[in-house]
Design a protein. Sequence first.
Length: 189
Amino acid sequence: MKPLDNSEAGDSTRFFPNHFLISLSRLAGDYFQNTVTLLLEHSSEGAFGLIINRPLDIELSALIEEMPDEVAPVLEGGPVEQTRLFFLHSTEKSYDGSLDTGLGVLLSSSDELIEDLKTSRAPANVLSILGYAGWGPAQLESELVEDAWLITPASKKIIFETPFDKKAFEAARQLGVDLNLYQSTTFQS
């Protein structure tokens, strides 16, 4: 298993994969207001990410038959394909088609993982995510120039161990930024 890589598709220029995008006040009133997005792929062809701090008010058992309650939190991952289910999980188990993010986190959508979740054999850390965030060529770059996002390195600890309402603050703190003092932010602590 190898990290996500566009070089096989002919595009070796990767910009900010494996980073967090923290929404700033420019996105107030926007779909992405108050979000932290794990940017998994970012190249001249566009970008792909998953929002990691927007829990939905549903259980995975409401989406998948025979799933025990409270197996894994279900998050709203973005505005694209909101019926498509992704899983971010720790690396003690991998599945066919799992993609290694290079962060100690795998991205999967395997039926085998779903079966493991049903029988308590799944990896220790799992986030269930409906939908994803996507940007076309140069779209994210334009938003970055317009100060819509604060970009920080991603970390497994923030993905799995930090409470949803604290993810933005912890991600920003990695750069020495206190979002409580950062006037451009819309987050509430």
